[in-house]
Design a protein around this ligand. Structure first.
Ligand SMILES: *Cc1c(COP(=O)(O)O)cnc(C)c1O
Length: 395
């Protein structure tokens, strides 16, 4: 049976055109980029060219503002811990939101053990942070605001440009986790106005295990990994040359083809949401109705367990998730959905289907049918739903 992959927010397949440009860097061009001989210089050149390409595609002022890392998580860690420790003399207060990825949340929690204080801003029912709440939270001890560009579970896109103006009026540094938006929606560093921005290659059809942090010129940062002088002394370790080349190529392809992919994904997303809403009762769309990622569908089905739906989907050849790859396997409901005000019960009945480049409308029609049938079957077995149905029939 053909598998249907609908978990692109967790990871994407590497584009064959990306794999092709990576291959020589495993075999022929293997020299250590720190070497002064020809083999090393070839690796160094590939990294330099990739750095320039990424800087240009994101609209950075200088190629030196791009620091390659081992993942999006590492970029988030470097941004937050890096700013925190480098600015310890100025203050100890960090502002973030309650719906961030765990790479941000757990870094902040860790820093709390070392004397930093963290404000976790609430969100509205759509998962939106209020810009004015950011202004009110800033004190003269605040050194960093870190807010994600788009949420990985519900797809809500935050007004980052508006918030960065407020943060800069107060003279505070601003980091955004843009792992879900780079290569997915139009993004320009000058328009966003942030000081630091995280991205990860495997979310835009590049390889896993490589990411980058944009660090605006003049931003003071402490390193996480000590050792050699790679990445402007911010990240020691022999570079993942193939991965870096792959990241740059994947970003180039994603941005060149963004408009075309985007309009198709938005059309598919809205079609799919409408189909679900009209064919299944007691379904709720989570996240903002319009300010959301092109491929993101996050829905709650009342009276069913999300995990049960996911099992049915998997048996029918469909890969989807309950929201976040990091929390699946644990029985805790999503911290994002709870922060948006969903009850534990409804949060448990939520699933995320994230559509990607290679999905077709025929696939989505099939998935809709499987969901309709699966949800009906699960509700037949739910005493709560049956009692509710009886009650509604009797009135
Ligand atoms: C996937 C993701 C990350 C982590 O990126 P990795 O490269 O998998 O470490 C961080 N933030 C967001 C919003 C993500 O979606």
């Amino acid at each position: 049976m053909e598998r249907i992959y609908l978990d692109h927010a967790a990871t994407t397949p590497t584009d064959p055109r990306v794999v092709e440009v990576m291959l020589p860097y495993f075999t022929e061009v293997f020299g250590n980029p720190s070497g002064i001989y020809q083999e090393g210089r070839a690796g160094k050149k590939a990294i330099d060219e990739s750095r320039e390409k990424v800087a240009r595609l994101l609209g950075a002022a200088d190629f030196r503002e791009i620091i390659f890392t081992g993942s999006g998580s590492e970029a988030d860690n470097l941004a937050i811990s890096g700013v925190a420790w480098a600015n310890r003399g100025k203050g100890n207060h960090i502002i973030t939101s309650s719906i961030e990825h765990h790479a941000v949340l757990n870094t902040c929690k860790h820093l709390e053990k070392y004397g930093f204080t963290v404000t976790y801003l609430p969100v509205d029912k759509y998962g939106m942070v209020a810009p004015e709440a950011v202004r009110e939270a800033i004190t003269d001890r605040t050194i960093l605001v870190s807010l994600m560009h788009a949420n990985n579970e519900v797809g809500t896109v935050q007004p980052i440009a508006e918030i960065s103006k407020i943060v800069h009026e107060k003279g505070v540094l601003f980091h955004t986790d843009a792992v879900q938006t780079v290569g997915s929606i139009p993004l320009h560093l000058k328009e966003l106005g942030v000081d630091l921005l995280s991205l990860s290659a495997h979310k835009f059809y590049g390889p896993k295990g490589v990411g980058a942090l944009y660090v605006k010129k003049g931003t003071r940062l402490s390193r996480l990994i000590h050792g050699g002088a790679q990445e402007r002394q911010l990240r020691a370790g022999t570079e993942n040359v193939a991965g870096i080349v792959g990241l740059a190529k994947a970003l180039e392809l994603a941005i060149t083809e963004l408009e075309e992919n985007n309009s198709r994904l938005v059309e598919f997303r809205d079609y799919f949401i409408n189909e679900l809403m009209s064919r299944i009762d007691r379904v709720k769309l989570n996240g903002h109705p319009t300010k959301r990622l092109p491929g993101n569908v996050n829905v709650s089905f009342e009276f069913v367990e999300g995990e049960s739906i996911l099992l049915i989907l998997d048996l029918k050849g469909i890969a989807a998730s309950s929201g976040s790859a990091c929390t699946s396997g644990s029985l805790d409901p999503s911290h994002v959905l709870l922060a948006m005000g969903l009850s534990h019960e409804v949060a448990h009945g939520s699933i995320r289907l994230s559509i990607g480049r290679e999905n077709t409308k025929t696939q989505l029609d099939y998935v809709c049918g499987v969901l309709e049938e699966g949800v009906a079957r699960l509700r037949e077995m739910s005493p709560l739903y049956q009692a509710r149905a009886r009650k509604e029939r009797s009135v």
